[in-house]
Design a protein around this ligand. Structure first.
Ligand code: UD1
Length: 384
């Protein structure tokens, strides 16, 4: 049952912040909306993964911080659930807004669902069809529990229809990540400035073939010694062609140290940086010749920026970045990666177009639609 209380907006981990920042602003400025309460589960807590991004994205400090921290998937999900339930009891919200596919997204959806509070899922319907990814489980279950599902690409509606979700609950609105990206571009830190700050060779910013930017954190790529060693060996070969700049996720940093791969990285033109702020990442991606990643958000950002992207996974839940954008799925196959990097050097790499409604106006579209159905709660109840 929709209450008369505020809209609770949930964030938990790094990729949530880029989506929630523009949406929270739009919700707060949309006439007829209840007030908004920002809840941070505390899944990510490091300065580099968390506080720094709040500043870059101009996200206000959370009204509530559940401070759950790290743990196994079960422990983390359970802890978020235990700590989120009293928040629902206290605020009696009109609805709970969750974004993306992290453990916090599912945990808060489960709690809201059992309290009969309508759930709004932004970035619904994406599917990798790979249930070994924890995010895929989170996507499927969150969508099943949600009252309103906002999608970033039209293929998502087909996925939801196949899972029995009625089309009246699904709305194609475009991509919130791109709202943040477009507003960050004028403030982005240039690659030359970043290289200077990090003490890197300034000539790398103007190397003849350009430079490659790398991000990796998926368990499938970084938790296994053999897989990560092979990736590092491949990056060393990329580094023979162009400098490689790699802001390293804490999970990946721990694996590099555990498997003793530091020495190998230092011998090559591979600069391992700490995880970067948003304005630094946007600047780094914008000027790169090519980006190698296993991140979902980076696949979308590079498509919007028109920068060739090599996704080091066997699948993607964001097929539009391959069909229309600059993304190529390469897995972790050394020869395939070097072939595509060589194509970038010779021909500039894959070109694409910016997908429909990735126009920086997704947040107001969502807020406008939410205001409409929140003003007639019967429509939300009827959807459940
Ligand atoms: C999580 C999300 C993933 C998202 C990614 C972006 C899930 C299932 N995964 O993965 O979808 O793309 O965030 O970063 O929700 N750690 C720190 N500091 C932090 C947070 C984590 O050091 O602030 C370390 C901990 O040792 C932790 C490990 O990183 O065990 C993994 O963190 P976790 O939140 O479990 O998953 P991510 O790999 O970050």
């Amino acid at each position: 049952m929709a209450g008369a209380g505020p809209v609770i907006c949930v964030v938990g981990a790094r990729p949530n912040y880029m989506k929630m920042a523009p949406l929270l602003r739009a919700i707060k400025s949309q006439p007829g909306m209840p007030s908004a309460v920002l809840v941070h589960t505390g899944q990510h807590y490091d300065f580099d993964l968390n506080d720094r991004l709040f500043v870059d994205l101009e996200l206000p400090a959370p009204d509530v911080n559940l401070e759950v921290g790290s743990g196994t998937h079960a422990a983390q999900t359970a802890e978020v659930m235990k700590r989120f339930e009293p928040v629902i009891d206290q605020y009696q919200p009109s609805c709970v807004v969750v974004v993306g596919d992290v453990n916090s997204t599912l945990a808060c959806s489960l709690v809201a669902s059992k309290k009969s509070v309508p759930i709004v899922h932004v970035e619904a319907g994406l599917r990798s069809f790979d249930r070994s990814m924890p995010e895929e489980i989170n996507r499927v279950l969150t969508d099943q529990l949600s009252t309103w599902l906002y999608t970033t690409e039209r293929s998502a509606s087909d996925n939801l229809a196949r899972e029995g979700i009625s089309e009246e609950r699904v709305h194609f609105v475009g991509n919130l990540m791109i709202d943040s990206l477009l507003s960050a571009l004028p403030k982005a830190v240039s690659a030359a400035e970043l290289f200077h700050r990090m003490g890197l060779d300034p000539e790398w910013a103007s190397a003849p073939a350009g430079y490659a930017a790398v991000t990796l954190h998926r368990p499938a790529n970084v938790d296994d010694e053999q897989t990560l060693s092979n990736i590092v060996a491949t990056l060393a070969e990329v580094a023979q062609r162009m400098p490689v700049i790699w802001p390293v996720h804490p999970r990946t940093r721990a694996s590099i140290e555990k498997f003793g791969l530091d020495g190998s990285l230092q011998r090559h033109r591979i600069a391992c940086l700490p995880a970067q702020g948003y304005l630094e990442m946007v600047g780094l991606m914008r000027s790169a010749a090519v980006v190698l990643t296993d991140s979902g958000g980076v696949q979308e950002e590079t498509t919007a920026l028109g920068v060739p992207c090599l996704t080091m996974r066997a699948n993607t839940e964001r097929p539009i970045t391959v069909d229309e954008g600059t993304n190529t799925l390469v897995g972790t196959c050394r020869s395939r990666i070097l072939q595509v990097v060589d194509d970038v050097i010779r021909n500039g790499g894959k070109r694409g177009r910016v997908p429909e409604c990735w126009d920086g106006k997704t947040a107001p579209r969502i807020a406008h639609h939410m205001a409409h159905w929140l003003s007639c709660p019967a429509s939300a109840n009827a959807q459940q």
